[in-house]
Write a protein that binds this ligand. Structure first.
Ligand SMILES: [Fe+2]
Length: 212
């Protein structure tokens, strides 16, 4: 029994990226599968604790640790799915087309696509282990970029992830040195699947209303 349901690892048809090797991707897919497995396992264990409708005082330390770890593993699973799905097999076109819905939403929120990008890349270069994520506020369509520590600290409740970049070192260590994260970020941008990114924007909001 598992209250979050049972999750299966997705298969990603992703290879031939620019500057991110297939070897890195294979290793990364395996790591992702680990998050899926752990999410299922943790949820089952927590379900065991609560099935009698009670969390005893002596169960509390183990129960607390499992519940905290669920936030880590579950977000690790979901964010990797967003990440792989916003990359394009064979490589992308680089920066978003200036007339695209994404570029217009970025411009409405930040003044220009370039300023949006400077913020997103800047967050990606922050020291520490985590993610750079561009979210859409579903209330007004505005985009904002956020740093996520590990997988679970910094996600904005209710906001919609639009572009998700893994900046854990495992995402690039086979291809770049730890200090070469900027090169990896450049490679990431050259592989973005913009149609996949745009499909995440809420159509009913549209870039025109993003200034609201
Ligand atoms: Fe990762």
């Amino acid at each position: 029994m598992s209250f979050i349901g049972s999750y299966k690892a997705k298969q990603f048809n992703l290879s031939g990226l620019k500057g991110i090797s297939d070897q890195t991707l294979e290793m990364h897919f395996k790591l992702y599968e680990g998050y899926v497995k752990e999410s299922n396992k943790l949820s089952e264990k927590i379900s065991e604790f609560i099935k009698d409708g009670n969390v005893d005082q002596d169960e509390m330390p183990a129960y607390s640790e499992l519940s905290r770890r669920l936030g880590f593993e579950f977000n690790g699973m979901v964010l990797h799915e967003y990440y792989f799905e916003n990359l394009m097999s064979g490589g992308g076109i680089g920066d978003s087309n200036r007339n695209s819905q994404f570029a217009r939403a970025a411009e409405s929120s930040f003044g220009s696509y370039e300023i949006w990008k400077a913020d997103f890349v800047g967050i990606g270069k922050m020291r520490g282990v985590g993610w750079a994520i561009c979210y859409e506020n579903p209330a007004n369509g505005r985009l904002s970029n956020h740093w996520i520590t590990l997988h679970e600290t910094g996600n904005v409740a209710g906001f919609n992830p639009i572009l998700v970049m893994d900046v854990w070192e495992h995402a690039f260590l086979l291809d770049y040195k730890p200090a070469e994260r900027p090169k990896y970020i450049e490679a990431f941008f050259s592989n973005i699947n913009w149609p996949a990114v745009e499909s995440r924007l809420r159509r009913d909001l549209g870039a025109q209303t993003a200034g609201a």
